[in-house]
Design a protein around this ligand. Sequence first.
Ligand code: SF4
Length: 266
Amino acid sequence: MAAASKQEAALVHAMDKGKKRLFILLGMATVLLYGLVFGVIWFIMTSAPQALRHIVVVSLVAAFAMLMLLMILGLGGLVFSLLFGLESPFLQKLGRGIVELFYPMVVRIGQFFGISKEEIEDSYIKINNQITVASGRKYKPEEVLVLAPHCLQNTSCPYKITIDVHNCHRCGRCRIDGLLTIAEDTGVNFVVASGGTFARKFAREYHPRAIVAIACERDLTSGIKDMNHQQIPVVGVLNERPNGPCHNTSVQLCKVRQAIAYFTEE
Ligand code: SF4
């Protein structure tokens, strides 16, 4: 059993590695694009009157050099901390900043190359998880909130678990039962939200210091960005949609346990 879960964890780790690379590569393509724009402006400026040309060129060079340096430093710091698992708060802050800065451009460049937004969001979530985990910060179980989407509940279930998750009768037809067991075993708080607004409401109500969020790529990405602005670390766990989006979804319970362990186990 233990060997099987180790193999599973190794497989998940190998898959995650490839997905993280995608974000880094697209980030580098963004730097190249900025370099190209810089080259074009430089070319135009060199054909203007000399005095003006001089001022404009020097200002542009200084501005671009600063921007490029910041990007290279940020991206380098991010790659460095991802490769070597550095726990430097400065590098992590810089890494997060650069991920946020690159994100809109990365999505556009990715889509230009035919990479779906979902894949890029997936990569963003993996990078966020690694930065969060690398910080190594630990919390008391009651400070951790597990936030799950309503679509995990079996659609034929009559119980109102979004009002109180303990209304679940533990029949085992959906993952809510297993998630309740995990919450009982670990002592973390567990809620089911029927949308982003309710997720934010729960986050305000429980005042968590760390969140394990279960959702699809789109909701996880926007939730992580939201919580990043509030300085609340999030580890995202993707749900599985064997019946299509938002309908009787599922989640790998071992991944949820692992995410809770990142925040709670010394
Ligand atoms: S496990 Fe709970 S929420 Fe899921 S179907 Fe059974 S009673 Fe409903």
